[in-house]
Write a protein that binds this ligand. Sequence first.
Ligand SMILES: [Zn+2]
Ligand SMILES: [Zn+2]
Length: 556
Amino acid sequence: MRGDDAEAELWARALDLVRLHQIESDADTGPLFTNPPPDSNPEVLTRLRQMYEAGGWVLVESAIADLPADLRWLFESDAVTIEQLSTIHRALGVTSAADLAAAVREQTLRALPGLDLAVETAVGAALPTLRARIPRIPLGRAVSLAEMVLEPLRAVPGVAWAMPVGSLRRGQDTVGDIEILAPTDQPAAAIDALLSLPASSHVLHRSERRLYVLTDRVQIGVRLPGTANAGADLLHLTGSSAHFDALRAHATAAGWTLKADGLHASDGTFTPAATEGDIYAALGLQAMPPEIRNGGEEVALASRGALPTLVARGDIRGDLHMHSVWSDGRDTIEAMVEACRTLGYEYMAMTDHSPHSAASRNLTLDGVKQQAEEIARLREQYPDITILHGCEVDILPNGRLDFADKVLEELDIVLASLHERAGHAPEQLMKRYASAMKHPLVTLITHPTNRILPSRRGYDLDYDRLFGMAVDTGTVVEIDGSPAHLDMDGGLARRAIAAGVTVSINSDCHRAEMLGRQMDLGVVTARRGWVEPRHVLNTRSVADVRSVVAAKRGSR
Ligand SMILES: [Zn+2]
Ligand SMILES: [Zn+2]
C-alpha cells in the first residue's frame, strides 16, 4: 500500500463501486470485471481487480470496518456470516445491539432467508459479549459528544424533541454507545441538517430514519422515528435490558404483550404511545427515572406507587467544592463567583488544594491569607451570594492534615481528600480516612474512592465501615461531579445513604464554564444511587450548612 492521498482516493472509489453494486463476496466481484459498469474509472477497476486477486476478503473487511460498531462485532463474534449479516441489516434495518436483542426476543431472525433457529440462537448468545471489545466512553465525554448533535437537531423544524437513549440517558458512569432519539414526521430535513455538521464527515449508515456517523473515533447514532409511537421507542432504547425484561414480565402478568414497538393488548389491538408515561400508566406503574432502570426492585416499587422522589438539579442550592487559579483551577475566584450566581446558587465554597496534594499548583500558607482578603472584597461586591472560604486539604500519609489547625480554623469549611496515586495498602488508607473523619475541623470527605475514569480503579476499601465512621463522626461524604471522578458512584452512594450518611453533590470544578455541567453529572450520579433531596447537604440553606460545620467543630 502506498498510503498516500491518491491511494486513499482509489480505495474510496473502489468502495463506492462495491457499495453501489452491493458486493458482499468474491462471487459478486467477478461480474464487475467481465461486465464493468459504464462510467467506472479504469484505474479503479484495475485496483479492484488487484484486490480481488489478492483476496476479496480485503474488500469485505474494509466494508465491515464501515458498519455500525455492534454489527461489526456481531460479525467478528462468528455468530453470522457476512451474507447473513447483510440480510439482517437490510431486512430489519437493525443498527445496534438493542435492535438485535429485540429481533432475537421477538423471534424474527429465524424467519429471514438464509437464517434459521440456530443462527438466531447464536446471535442471542453473542449479544452479552458484543460490546466487550468496544472501549467504553466516560459519561462526561459522551455528554459533550452527544451535545454536538442534540443542539442542532432540536433546532430542525419538525423534530419534536431530541434525547440520548441507552446507558447515556441512564447516566451510567461509562457509556457503551451514543444513540440519540429525535422523533419527527419529516426525517429528510433532520438527515440533511445532520449531514451538514462537521461531526458527520464519516457516515457509517444512512437510511430514511437513521444516521450513524463516526466522529472523534466515537460512533454517534441518530434515530428519527415518527412522533406517534416515539414513547415506545424511547422506553425500549433507554433500557436497561434487565429493566425492559422486568417490564415485559409485569405486562404479561397484566394481560399485555410488551414488544420493542410498544404494548399489544391480548385481543391484538395496538395503541401507539407518544410518551413513555403512556406505557407506564397503561401498566399501572409510576413513571420511572431513567437512572434507576436497572431491572432491580424499581418495577415492584412503582406498582405500589412507592418510588422515591430523587434529587434533581433544581434542588441544589450551592456548590461546596471548586478550584481557582490559587491552585490548579483555570479561572479567578471572581469568575467562579459570577458563574455560580448565573447558576442561581445561594452559596458556594472556594476550596483550593493544600500544599502536598498532587495537583499541578497548590495553595500556600501565605496564599490562604491573600485568598481570604480577596474573598472579603468579593463578598462586598457580590452580596447576593454567600462565598464560603474553604480548602480541599490533603490527608497526609500519617493521617494528619496538610494545614495546621490554626489555619483551618479560620476557614468556613474544610474538605479532606487523598490524592495518593500509587496508594497505600487498604488498611492504611482506611486509617488515614478514619483520622481525618475524627478531626473536628473536617466537614466533608471528597471523592472517597479516588478513581480516575476510565483508567484508574478506585480504592478497594471496606466502604460500609467507612460510612459507619462518617455517621459516627458527623462527616459528610461527597458525590463528586468531575467527569474523571463521578465518585461516589451510584452503587456506593446508595449504600452510603442506606447507612445514614449525609452526602454532598459538588462539581469539583476547575473552570467556570463547566460548573453547571459538572453539577449535572454529580446529580445524575446521585440519582443512580436513589439519593433524595433530604440526603443531600447542599439542598439545604447556607445556615444549615454552617450548623453542620459548627456541630462537628463543637464536638471537640
Ligand atoms: Zn480532589
Ligand atoms: Zn477538588
